[in-house]
Design a protein around this ligand. Structure first.
Ligand code: PMP
Length: 308
């Protein structure tokens, strides 16, 4: 095989593929794999963090559960049990000897069938990990509402993490990068604020947190963690239908996500949020989140799976 071109992110040694550890360079698929043509794949994005007891995977059970939920939405049978997938993820982190980073499990309809309905087709599962720092930088970012709306919940299973859904996110990301913003925000088909291309969104107003309710968004695992951490800090979260004006007039606005963690938003559609800096509560929440994932807060240690 010819040498792989350079990647824009650091690669590691091994990728778990269908039950075997293979060299990074050799984890390949056929160009006629179903998923490559139609997006018939499901995936997860998971982070693992450096702790005093070695690398710890954040909320592994919830991610594995969501992977199986997403697969079910496509009637895809992952040829491994939850426990096998869980162990394979831990092994992938351990074998690559990376202190912290990102894990990408991907289950996809592989080579062998070509019509649109993949039911009964061969399913493959790959698990890769690599060191990956902050996604949006952690400093307040400039966000712009996309011209595109979030996928209609009657068109797709909106809370499943299906690869094909991400064309919506890709288009919005291209649009806002061209306009020189840092990240996009989607409204849903009714005009309510939905989520970012890879993040959930919250606003703080008069000491209370608010976040769009489920329906056309991904049920973020960080969204859930942040809601619990905020409650621990004495701040409750209300889920509702919110308009852009609710966000424009908020005291603080931030994104949450596995890649983005807790990411302050400095401006939305060129309107400054608060004083444009990371708000006091967002800063506190981010610090507490980062301490929780590093294993420094006993009550949140239950969220960590150590990968020694
Ligand atoms: N929304 C979308 C569309 C996403 O891709 C993600 C990233 N998985 C999120 C929200 C945040 O979810 P989580 O906190 O589980 O990473």
């Amino acid at each position: 095989m010819s040498k792989l071109p350079t990647a824009s992110f650091p690669i590691t040694k091994k990728i778990w593929l269908n039950g075997r550890m293979v060299d990074w360079q050799k984890a390949n698929v056929h160009v006629l794999s179903h998923a490559l043509h139609y997006g018939s794949a499901v995936f997860e994005g998971i982070r693992f963090y450096e702790t005093a007891k070695g690398p710890a995977i954040f909320r592994l059970k919830e991610h594995v559960d969501r992977l199986f939920y997403s697969a079910k939405s496509l009637e895809m049978k992952i040829p491994f049990s939850r426990s096998e997938v869980t162990k394979a993820i831990v092994r992938t982190v351990a074998i690559n000897k990376v202190a912290s980073g990102y894990i990408r499990p991907l289950a996809f309809f592989d080579y062998g069938k070509m019509g649109l309905n993949p039911t009964g087709g061969r399913v493959s599962l790959a698990i890769a990990c690599w060191p990956w720092g902050s996604y949006l930088g952690g400093k307040p970012i400039r966000v712009k509402t996309s011209k595109l709306i979030r996928l209609h919940p009657d068109s797709v299973v909106a809370d499943a993490k299906v690869s094909g859904h991400y064309v919506n996110s890709i288009l919005a990301s291209i649009e806002i990068k061209k306009a020189k913003f840092d990240e996009a925000l989607f409204l849903d088909h009714r005009g309510f604020v939905a989520e970012g291309p890879g993040e959930n969104i919250f606003f703080l107003k008069k000491g209370k947190l608010h976040t769009p309710k489920l329906g056309s968004i991904l049920a973020g695992i960080t969204r859930d963690a942040v809601t619990k951490i905020a409650a621990g800090l004495g701040v409750s979260t209300k889920e509702g239908n919110y308009k852009l004006k609710d966000f424009y007039s908020a005291d603080e606005v931030f994104f949450t996500g596995t890649a983005a963690e807790v990411q302050p938003i400095g401006s939305l559609d060129l309107k400054k949020i608060g004083n444009g800096r990371s708000g006091e509560f967002t800063t506190k929440l981010r610090e507490t989140f980062l301490a929780a994932v590093a294993g420094e807060i006993p009550k949140y240690k239950k969220w960590l799976t150590f990968a020694k």
